[in-house]
Design a protein around this ligand. Structure first.
Ligand SMILES: [Zn+2]
Ligand SMILES: [Zn+2]
Length: 297
């Protein structure tokens, strides 16, 4: 059959429509579940006003609304959402407090595993972004301690960077860092440091490789963890030189060097304890250590 001009025109039109469909931007797949992002977006109930654009654009609505943000804190020391026996048992910890962004539930375990064990490094900035609201809230808590005598917070614009001297992280053993190719805690720390223009310092050294912590009892864990870390004296000296030269400029009443220690998960706090003890031991000037973790288990 010979093509009539109408048939020919129709064919061109349908070919054009097909190629236009191919060229149209497709919704990107959610980095967690792999579904097109706009599919579940309408079902999303974002309870968190401070999601970054990157988070909104990388995860689908269902995955976003499944994030168990830890916004209500029951234990002011370790940042747990429920009252906490660990802190009652040992109220004197070498750090000021811990705050975590999320509860470590099944979904968060899966998210961390994708990043940490399956090497999906695209997730690193997302996990870093998830820390931001918690870090800002923690800094706001500190800023409230520097209120004006009338009890009202100073109206002067406060900068997050004024409250911190350095960001550091829990180091992993060399074997693990070679296996994995990265240290998740260092990546999270670097994310915070870049975002707020804070110095990222390597204040701790991991002395040896530890067995998997999850198979151990609480007391085995604590005994083991104690000898895992030591202070990096060269970096600590640099911190003191740097911090002492600027201390008191932003907050004249501040007499301590304030350090942010970052890790992925806070379980019993034995790692945070061991790291903070080492930092304090090597400090020539009093340190105030705050712990920021991605998840509280
Ligand atoms: Zn998803
Ligand atoms: Zn606690």
């Amino acid at each position: 059959m010979k093509d009539s001009p109408q048939n020919w025109l129709q064919r061109i039109q349908s070919a054009f429509t097909a190629s236009a469909q191919l060229l149209a931007p497709r919704p990107a797949a959610c980095l967690l579940c792999g579904k097109p992002q706009n599919e579940a977006r309408s079902a999303a109930n974002y309870n968190h006003a401070k999601l970054t654009t990157r988070l909104r654009q990388s995860l689908c609505g269902a995955c976003l609304s499944a994030i168990p943000w830890l916004t209500r804190i029951a234990c002011l020391k370790c940042g747990r959402g429920i009252p906490c026996e660990d802190c009652i048992r040992s109220p004197h910890r070498p750090f000021v407090c811990n705050r975590s962004a999320v509860h470590y539930n099944q979904a968060m375990r899966a998210m961390l595993a994708l990043y940490k064990y399956r090497g999906n490094e695209q997730l690193a900035p997302l996990l870093g972004d998830m820390l931001l609201p918690t870090f800002e809230a923690m800094t706001a808590e500190i800023s409230r301690r520097f209120s004006t005598p009338s009890g009202r917070r100073s109206k002067a614009k406060w900068r997050i960077a004024d409250y911190w001297d350095a960001v550091t992280y829990v180091p992993v053993s060399e074997e693990r860092s070679i296996d994995r190719g990265f240290n998740q805690a260092e990546q999270l720390a670097s994310h915070i440091a870049q975002r707020y223009r804070l110095p990222l310092m390597h204040l701790l050294i991991r002395s040896r490789h530890s067995e998997k912590q999850s198979f151990k009892t609480r007391s085995e864990r604590m005994r083991d963890t104690k000898s895992l870390f030591s202070g990096n004296s060269a970096e600590l000296r640099m911190l003191h030189t740097y911090a002492l030269s600027s201390l008191g400029r932003a907050q004249p009443s501040r007499k301590v060097i304030r350090v942010l220690l970052i890790d992925d998960i806070f379980t019993t706090g034995s790692t945070a304890d061991a790291c903070s003890e080492q930092l304090n031991r090597h400090a020539e000037h009093p340190l105030e250590i705050y712990v920021l973790t991605w998840a509280r288990s």
